[in-house]
Design a protein around this ligand. Sequence first.
Ligand code: AOF
Ligand code: ZN
Length: 361
Amino acid sequence: MKNYEKYMKQCIKLARKADGRTAPNPLVGCVILDKSGKEISTGYHKEYGALHAEADALNKLGNEAKGGTLIVNLEPCCHWGKTPPCADLIIKKGIRKLVIGMRDPNPLVAGQGVEKCKKAGIEVIENILHDEAVKLNEVFIKNMTKNEVFVAIKTATTLDGKIATKNGSSQWITSPRARKEVQKIRNRYDAILTTSSTIIKDNPSMKCSLQGGKNPVRIILDRELKTDFSSKIYSSSDEKVYIVVDEALDEVKTLAIPTHVAVIKCPSDNLKLDLKYLFKKLFELNISSVLIEAGGKLNGELVSLGLADKIYQFMAPKILGDKQGINAFEGRNIGEICNTLNFKFEHIYAHAPDILLIYSN
Ligand code: AOF
Ligand code: ZN
């Protein structure tokens, strides 16, 4: 068992090499051992449309795979998609033992890949490092099981949970090292979402400056169309920019939007855009995951509505000490501590002098 865990760890590490490139497909890595237990091949799913991890690893081999063991973090597929079924290739190559981290939540697979391999006489060992396998593909799992976009919030606070002073001054709370880490997080998400207030205040470009990284789609909540199109966020047209406006907005105003910017008309209530509607729309636009980089009001609304799957909270060793400073999550008014919104701890990382806390809903 211990050895399988070691190889499963390797599968997860291989899979992560394609972080941010496989959506809407999962992150998958694969290791193959020959019949004496020696590692003979590895592979991973490199990007959407590319070979599946198992095929990537098996295609490098001839007869040596016969009688061997294949370790993979996700159940092999058994359907014809962009590529042929991996289960068929595994059987054809004479693999004797299959070790998986988790079953595939895709209804087209969902246990049938395992069944097919078992029927062909392959021994199947399941749930090796299951929790890690689930975490690795949290976006894919939510997409598949709920048909919804995965939503994460990134925030950067002082020790007293403030993201800005009362007059909005916020640059920079965290250190350059922490801000570099933000680039890595951006690279994992399909889209970054912010608000007109953040653009007007900070004029961010919301790109990913990571070497070899990809620029995410940018989404701007701008109910009344207040942003200036000369703002940095609109400057490059390499990736789509969506501007989300109130569906009741004056037609003349929407006509002035530049051609590389697509408009999403969204219903609103009480001067607030309907976020549930918007997220449904984003999923229809093939956006699998979105990272929110905005202010306390939007963050507060998202958590209150139960729409945030994950929180990345950077914290700097600074204290604002002013109750009028802006909170990372605004807008709730609770009397009792038993009414807090509770998240689950996932990880803590040191990016000295700051820390990164990761929580899930
Ligand atoms: C695997 N290994 O590396 C991947 C799997 O359209 P396709 O052919 O790329 O198929 C996509 C589906 O195949 C995806 O939704 C998931 O169920 C499975 N992806 N399966 O065994 C892989 N990427
Ligand atoms: Zn496959």
